[in-house]
Design a protein around this ligand. Structure first.
Ligand code: PMP
Ligand code: GLN
Length: 385
């Protein structure tokens, strides 16, 4: 068997969710809301299954969805994307990432990755023959400097994988960080594969800045999005790629033999959803922000040191001040002894891990968050957590 995949552990999300099921724990690990999601969008999908077209759609995606994607990014990010040549629909952002990585990298090419790295990136880069060059980010703000980038980029850099807003850190990078990274991309001729799936889930009045908005990056950015995150329907796995025509054409070649296409009924519903009024997106954000505040206040009251959460469904705690030095052992204890599943952030490092940060998903009903906090209170009382 292929040694890379044979040697990989099962993804931490699956491991923790299985443990949560087994222990009947409250699952604040894997990132998914426990709300059913917008009813009108779901009805649209149901309607399309019953009365719509259920055969293979175009491999590039339904024209109406590609047009809706272009219009959506014009409205929210000021981008001018040509729906026919610069937008493609994929089966989730994960497939978009695989397609983009396989289409971009030749064996031996260097690829800059930021640690903590969303778990799909490194195996896909290595399977493509890419050589990872890591930039290590540090809490609480997980920023990078010119020196960090100078040490990672070289004349052999082919691509950088950049996730903003950043999972698992919950950080939304300001424009200056994007401009700094852009300078290195332009200088080295690298393509920026930008995972922007959390673009709508940003808090406290922040606005997500797409790498495509940065001067000189329009033609060298592969922008990746996910309807799962835009509509809080993570199981849908409808993703998208936007890129200049010469780049997108090659990604389409890779996509045609990964999944070829994506269920048309879900595409119809996503096309409808992307056109929803601004208030829908503002309310969605406000709802998650409220949940963040409720959960973070609870954590603070229990004495857990809370790191900033500027976007995504996640907040991290720093367990070092609690005298803990092993996030994996901490999370194991939490789920097995106290019935709360969380994610150890060291799982997102290939080397030199930060081992004292633990991620919680707060995209849950108040009752779920409160029950989680109650169990965490028991944990805090019973041990030196
Ligand atoms: N990238 C990041 C940073 C994510 O957090 C996720 C899922 N949470 C994905 C990609 C995958 O998205 P999808 O489910 O659309 O494949
Ligand atoms: N991206 C989700 C998270 O961060 C999980 C996705 C998955 O399970 N593959 O929790």
């Amino acid at each position: 068997m292929n040694s890379l995949f044979a040697g990989l552990p099962t993804t931490i999300f699956e491991v923790m969710s299985s443990l949560a099921r087994e222990k009947q724990a409250i699952n604040l690990g894997q990132g998914f809301p426990d709300d059913p999601g917008p009813e009108d969008v779901r009805r649209m999908a149901a309607e399309a299954v019953l009365n719509g077209y259920n055969q293979y759609p175009s491999m590039m995606g339904l024209p109406e969805l590609r047009e809706a994607i272009a219009a959506h990014y014009k409205r929210f990010q000021g981008l001018d994307l040509h729906p026919a040549t610069e937008v493609m629909v994929t089966s989730g952002a994960t497939e978009a990432l695989a397609g983009a990585i396989f289409a971009t990298i030749e064996p031996g090419d260097e690829v800059v990755l930021f640690q903590p790295t969303y778990d799909a990136y490194l195996p896909l880069v290595e399977r493509a023959g890419g050589v990872p060059r890591f930039v290590n980010l540090k809490p609480p703000y997980w920023t990078f400097t010119e020196e960090d980038l100078a040490a990672a980029f070289s004349p052999r850099t082919r691509a950088v994988l950049f996730n903003n807003p950043l999972n698992p850190c919950g950080i939304v990078y300001p424009r200056e960080q994007l401009e700094l990274l852009a300078r290195f991309c332009v200088k080295s001729g690298a393509i920026a594969i930008c995972d922007e799936v959390w673009e709508h889930v940003v808090f406290d009045g922040r606005r997500h800045v797409s790498m495509m908005e940065i001067p000189q990056m329009r033609e060298r950015t592969i922008k990746i999005g996910s309807a799962g995150k835009i509509f809080s329907l993570t199981g849908w796995k409808v993703g998208l790629v936007a890129a200049a025509p010469d780049i997108l054409r090659v990604i389409a070649k890779s996509h045609q033999f990964l999944t070829f296409t994506t269920p048309p009924n879900l595409q119809v519903a996503v096309a409808y959803g992307l056109g929803k009024e601004d208030a829908y997106f503002a309310q969605m954000r406000a709802g998650f922000q409220r949940s963040r505040d409720r959960f973070c206040d609870g954590l603070r009251t229990l004495g857990f040191p809370v790191l900033p959460s500027e976007g995504t469904y996640f907040v991290n705690i720093d367990i070092a001040p609690l005298g803990e030095s092993d996030d994996v052992a901490f999370c194991k204890r939490l789920v097995e002894d106290f019935g709360v599943a969380a994610i150890p952030v060291s799982a997102f490092y290939a080397k030199d891990p930060v081992k004292t940060v633990v991620r919680f998903c707060f995209a849950k009903k108040d009752s779920t968050l409160d029950a989680g906090l109650e169990r965490l209170a028991t944990a805090a009382r019973k041990t030196n957590i």
